[in-house]
Design a binder for this molecule. Structure first.
Ligand SMILES: *[C@@H]1O[C@H](CO)[C@@H](O)[C@H](O)[C@H]1NC(C)=O
Ligand SMILES: *[C@@H]1O[C@H](CO)[C@@H](O)[C@H](O)[C@H]1NC(C)=O
Ligand SMILES: *[C@@H]1O[C@H](CO)[C@@H](O)[C@H](O)[C@H]1NC(C)=O
Length: 379
C-alpha cells in the first residue's frame, strides 16, 4: 500500500502524478500528496529553514486569517501555525528566513502505549515533510499527576518527537509549551526538567495566571509583573538552561463583568471553579488587543495603571448597564518583561498571538501595532 512517505518525493509525484493523485483521492490523502509538490513560486522556498539563532528568537503563534501579512517580519524567527495550513504563509515565511512549525496535540491516554506514540510521531513528521514545515510545537495542556503513566508518556513523547524530527528533518525545531510556572499550574505536574532536556525550546506561557484564583474572587492582571518574573526563577531552579526558555507574552486581556465594584474600583467576579480553585479567569472573556484599544476609548475610567501589578486596566459600562473591568498588557507592561528576557539571558520572546493586533490602515492602529512589536525588543 502507498503510505504518505511515498508522496514526499517530487520525482515520484511528477512521473506518476495521475496514478498517484487517484490513489491519493481514493485513500483520502489528497492534501498530503498534493502538498508534496512545492506550492511556492520558487522551489528553494520549500527548503527547510536551517538558521539557528541562539539569542534572538521571536516566536509567534498564528491562529489563522490573513493578518500575518502585516507582521513585522524582520523580527519573527519562528511561526507556529495553529490555524489552517496556508501554503502562502509557509512560502512567505521561508522567503523571510522564518521557520514554520506545526501544532502537536494528542490525548495523553492514547500515547501511553509506545506503538501509538510512534504512530503519532510518524504522522506528524510526514505532515511536516509534505507541508515543508520546519518543526513542531507541542501544545499539551492536560492535567497530569506526577509519576502517573501519562507523566512518563509525556516525557517520552517529547523525547521521541524531538529525535524523530531531528533525524528526519535535519535542523528542525521541536518546542513545548509550558504554563507560566512549573508548580503544577492547572494540575499540569509534568517532568519539566526532563522535558526541557528532551527538546529545543520551552515556550513559557506567561499569561492566564489567574486560571486558579485562591484569594478573593476579584478581577486582577492576566500576567502581573513580579509573579511572572518570579516564575522564571522557579524554572531556572530546576536547572533548566535559560537558553531553552522563550517568554510568551499575552497580546490579549480579560474582560470581567463585575458583580459589584467598590469605591476603590475593586471588581468582584463570579465564582467559576477551575481544576481545584474556587474561582478563575473563566469568569471573564479573552479579548484581543485590537478590541481593547477600541473599548478603552469608550470606557468610564480611561486607561488606569495598577502599580503593584504593573499592568493597565479600565472600567466600562456594557449595553445592559453592568460594569466591566478589563485587564491587559500594553507596551508599558511588556517593556520590563522584555528587559528581563535580555537580563536573564533567555532564548527569546514571543506572544499568543500575532493576530491580536489591529493591522488595518488607520494611522492610530498602525502606530499601536508597531509599538507592540517594538516592545518585544525591550525599551
Ligand atoms: C491509540 O490511539 C487511538 C486514537 O488514535 C485510541 O483510540 C486508542 O485507544 C489508543 N490505544 C491505546 C492502547 O491507548
Ligand atoms: C481613541 O481616542 C483617541 C483620543 O481621542 C484618538 O486619538 C484615537 O484615535 C482613538 N483610538 C481608537 C482606536 O479609536
Ligand atoms: C520592524 O522592526 C524593526 C526592528 O527590528 C524596526 O526597525 C522597524 O521599524 C519595524 N517595522 C515597522 C513597520 O514597524
Amino acid at each position: 500500500a502507498w503510505t504518505p512517505s511515498h508522496c514526499s518525493s517530487q520525482l515520484v509525484v511528477r512521473t506518476m502524478s495521475v496514478f498517484l493523485l487517484s490513489v491519493c483521492w481514493t485513500l483520502a490523502w489528497a492534501s498530503l500528496c498534493a502538498a508534496a509538490v512545492c506550492p511556492c513560486e520558487r522551489a528553494e522556498l520549500c527548503e527547510h529553514i536551517l538558521s539557528w539563532c541562539l539569542f534572538c528568537q521571536v516566536f509567534v503563534f498564528d491562529v489563522g486569517g490573513n493578518t500575518w501579512k502585516s507582521y513585522n517580519w524582520s523580527m519573527v524567527t519562528t511561526l507556529a501555525v495553529f490555524g489552517k495550513y496556508d501554503a502562502d504563509l509557509m512560502c512567505y515565511a521561508h522567503s523571510k528566513g522564518v521557520r514554520v512549525v506545526l501544532k502537536g496535540d494528542v490525548p495523553l491516554s492514547y500515547v501511553v502505549d509506545p506503538k501509538n506514540r510512534t504512530m503519532w510521531i510518524t504522522e506528524k513528521v510526514n505532515l511536516a515533510k509534505t507541508q515543508f514545515m520546519d518543526g513542531i510545537n507541542i501544545d499539551i495542556e492536560q492535567p497530569v499527576e506526577e509519576g502517573s503513566p501519562e507523566y512518563h508518556a509525556l516525557t517520552a513523547l517529547v523525547k521521541e518527537t524531538t529525535e524523530a524530527f531531528h533525524r528526519e528533518i535535519p535542523g528542525s525545531q521541536v518546542s513545548f509549551d509550558v504554563a507560566w510556572s512549573p508548580n503544577c499550574i492547572d494540575k499540569r505536574c509534568y517532568d519539566y526538567a526532563a522535558i526541557a532536556d528532551s527538546c529545543d525550546l520551552l515556550f513559557v506561557m506567561s499569561y492566564d495566571e489567574q486560571s486558579q484564583i485562591m484569594g478573593d474572587c476579584i478581577a486582577i492582571a492576566n500576567a502581573p509583573l513580579s509573579q511572572t518574573l518570579n516564575a522564571y526563577d522557579q524554572y531556572l531552579n530546576l536547572k533548566i538552561d535559560p537558553k531553552k526558555l522563550i517568554m510568551g507574552l499575552p497580546w490579549y486581556g480579560y474582560d470581567y463583568p463585575c458583580l459589584s465594584i467598590s469605591q476603590e474600583g475593586i471588581c468582584t467576579i463570579d465564582k467559576v471553579p477551575f481544576r481545584g480553585a474556587p474561582c478563575s479567569d473563566a469568569a471573564g472573556k479573552q479579548k484581543t488587543y485590537k478590541w481593547i484599544m477600541k473599548q478603552v476609548n469608550v470606557s468610564l475610567s480611561g486607561r488606569l495603571w495598577d502599580k503593584n501589578q504593573q499592568a493597565p486596566y479600565f472600567n466600562y459600562e456594557a449595553a445592559n448597564g453592568q460594569i466591566h473591568q478589563v485587564w491587559y498588557d500594553d507596551p508599558q507592561s511588556i517593556c520590563p518583561k522584555a528587559k528581563y528576557v535580555k537580563a536573564a539571558g533567555l532564548r527569546g520572546i514571543g506572544m499568543w498571538n500575532g493576530n491580536c493586533l489591529d493591522y488595518s490602515d488607520e494611522p492610530v492602529a498602525r502606530q499601536q501595532a508597531a509599538m507592540m512589536w517594538n516592545a518585544l525588543l525591550g525599551c
